[in-house]
Ligand binder design. Structure first.
Ligand code: PL3
Ligand code: FE2
Ligand code: FE2
Length: 231
């Protein structure tokens, strides 16, 4: 009921909405494009999972096309430059880790952090989206759970060897997520999404993932603190 009420107040054709959408839509398109590239890189790093990872990478291309259609549907031109800057730090850390053959760090960045961020954002966007975008996003978010699951399963199987690198990569990358959220806070609000709700959903997904991989509750709390310092 509350969601329906909130949604009816949103004017998808207003200049304010379209202006915010030009940045959020670009972020999502860029995020899907980078996810596509990141899974191809992971396929190189994990040849024994090549087919599965190439499959995930193809799903990301489809997501990108879906969100491009959402922008066109609202007659919005995505602000690509803004989106590239938005992802720059995380993107650079992924590239660097890949260059050093650090699979664990790559999986933490893409399959845990980025996928949890996407799941939180898409989940919060669905109830306030225009009908066209809602349908697309509902299809996409189901796939994102598969991507998160790939990371969880692999990291769980390699937990003991991966643990120290996971902690280090978490410490390096989690604070970046909060900086990114701060950068979209205003625009997300224009689209009907609250920052607190996004943070809450992200933390729920991320801590559940850490728990599935093998971290104890105490360790999860300690890992999460690195985020809060920058928030
Ligand atoms: C990987 O499959 C997807 C990577 C995309 C990451 C998107 C993060 C979006 C954060 C922006 C918050 C507003 C949400 C708007 C949703 C359309
Ligand atoms: Fe995706
Ligand atoms: Fe994904």
């Amino acid at each position: 009921m509350q969601q329906l009420a909130a949604q009816s107040e949103i004017d998808f054709t207003s200049q304010t909405y379209k202006d915010a959408y030009s940045r959020i839509n670009a972020i999502v398109i860029e995020g899907e494009q980078q996810a596509h590239e990141n899974y191809l890189k992971l396929a190189e790093l994990l040849p024994e999972h090549k087919d599965e990872l190439v499959g995930l990478s193809k799903m990301e291309s489809r997501h990108k096309k879906g969100f491009e259609a959402c922008g066109r549907n609202l007659q919005v031109t995505p602000d690509t430059e803004f989106a590239q800057q938005f992802f720059a730090e995380l993107h650079q850390n992924f590239q660097q880790a890949a260059a050093e053959g650090k699979v664990v760090s790559c999986l933490l960045i893409q399959s845990l952090i980025i996928e949890c961020f996407a799941i939180a954002a898409y989940h919060r966007y669905i109830p306030v989206a225009d009908p066209f975008a809602r349908k697309i996003t509902e299809g996409v978010v189901k796939d994102e759970y598969t991507h998160l699951n790939f990371g969880e399963v692999w990291l769980k199987e390699h937990f003991l060897e991966a643990k120290a690198e996971l902690e280090q990569a978490n410490r390096q990358n989690l604070p970046i997520v909060w900086k990114m959220l701060n950068k979209v806070e205003q625009d997300a609000e224009t689209l009907g999404m609250e920052k607190e709700a996004l943070v809450e959903d992200f933390m729920i997904q991320y801590s559940e993932a850490l728990s599935n991989i093998g971290f104890s509750n105490r360790e999860i709390v300690r890992l999460s603190v690195y985020g809060l310092k920058a928030a």
